[in-house]
Write a protein that binds this ligand. Structure first.
Ligand SMILES: *Cc1c(COP(=O)(O)O)cnc(C)c1O
Length: 343
């Protein structure tokens, strides 16, 4: 079989949730949007519900059905995108809590699901989702009478501890909500690490659960093992792969492994990428193809069946760096054709 194996450690996700939970007095939710950052929202939510998580966040109402089945009827599932046209049945049937982002959404919700719970999202400066401060002032009294379950906002720069935007948004959030007794939430993974001022009643970690920065102390969650299809000797001056972009400076042993950019191994990583034969680093040579990559395994003494692309020491943030992106994009791009093993 030449399909690569992606190993997903659900116990590490549980441990990461526990570790983030221990950092605050607040309740700790779990963000499982985008199919649990690409790792399977059903399995992640099931594991975290067992660990004690009682609130889950998804991006869109369509993600609610599978998460509801995973976590049972008691857990709360909140939808960041709020109540969009066409969402009403999904919200009712799966008992989702839409985070209302605009006056339009508020009116839609009140009209179509008058007795159904909801939360409010405020924009405190990111300008992505949420009611603007002036809109909030305009609808505040009406909203408070309807008893929202949660009032939240989102930090734009929480992965940079000293970024002035953090305290600026914190102040705006406090100004808008300090007189309210409704549960409040401001922080994702980055905000949890900024300290108690940012925690309020509920935190909403995502990436830290899945082993990504800025949670430096997280346990790694994914490992990727890619079978070697063939190994060949390449003479000095011979080239490897499309476009002849790499030429052997001396005799080399080249392995062709069975995964490529169609599996989320971004072509832009090129020769920055490294695979591992147990402990030995093996550089990528030539261009990354759709389903194959050439790797220099000259330094490996023992016979090899496969190479590791993601392991304990070479994690999702290293890959992200090589691709000029963030670990979130690495995770959510992981290939659909990998054989996935959950441990
Ligand atoms: C994605 C998201 C989160 C989780 O963020 P992480 O950085 O992955 O912890 C929390 N809140 C909102 C509004 C989000 O969009």
């Amino acid at each position: 079989m030449s399909t690569a194996t992606l190993i997903i450690d659900l116990n590490a996700i549980r441990a990461n949730w526990r570790a983030l939970d221990a950092k605050s007095a607040a309740e700790t939710a779990a963000v499982v949007k985008a199919n649990g950052y690409g790792l399977d929202a059903t399995r992640v939510a099931t594991a975290l519900a067992k660990e004690g998580a009682r609130q889950f966040f998804i991006a869109v109402a369509e993600e609610g059905h599978s998460v509801r089945n995973a976590v049972g009827q008691e857990a709360k599932i909140c939808v960041f995108s709020g109540h969009m046209q066409g969402d009403t049945d999904l919200i009712r049937e799966n008992n989702l809590v839409p985070m209302i982002n605009s006056v339009d959404q508020l009116l839609r919700h009140v009209e179509l699901l008058p007795d159904h719970s909801f939360g409010i999202q405020l924009d405190t400066g990111m300008n992505r989702l949420g009611l603007e401060p002036a809109e909030w002032q305009a609808v505040r009294e009406l909203v408070l009478r309807l008893k929202p379950q949660l009032i939240m906002s989102h930090l734009a720069c929480a992965d940079e501890i000293h970024h002035p935007m953090n305290t600026k948004q914190l102040q705006v959030f406090k100004d808008l909500t300090s007189d309210l007794t409704i549960p409040k939430s401001l922080s994702a993974t980055g905000g949890i690490l900024l300290g108690a001022d940012f925690h309020f009643d509920l935190t909403r970690p995502g990436i830290g659960l899945y082993g990504g920065l800025p949670f430096h102390d997280s346990q790694s969650v994914v490992k990727l093992d890619i079978p070697v299809i063939q190994i060949r000797d390449v003479e000095t001056g011979e080239s490897v792969g499309y476009g002849n972009t790499w030429t052997a400076p001396l005799p080399r042993k080249i392995a062709t492994v069975s995964a490529g950019y169609a599996d989320g191994i971004f072509r832009v990583m090129g020769s920055a990428a490294t695979l591992y034969a147990n402990g030995t680093a093996c550089p990528v040579v030539g261009r990354i193809s759709m389903d194959m990559i050439g790797v220099d395994v000259s330094d490996v003494e023992t016979p090899i069946q496969s190479l590791q692309f993601i392991n304990e020491t070479h994690g999702i943030d290293k890959l992200a760096k090589d691709a000029g992106t963030i670990s979130y994009e690495i995770l959510t791009s992981l290939g659909r054709r990998y054989q996935r093993r959950y441990i």
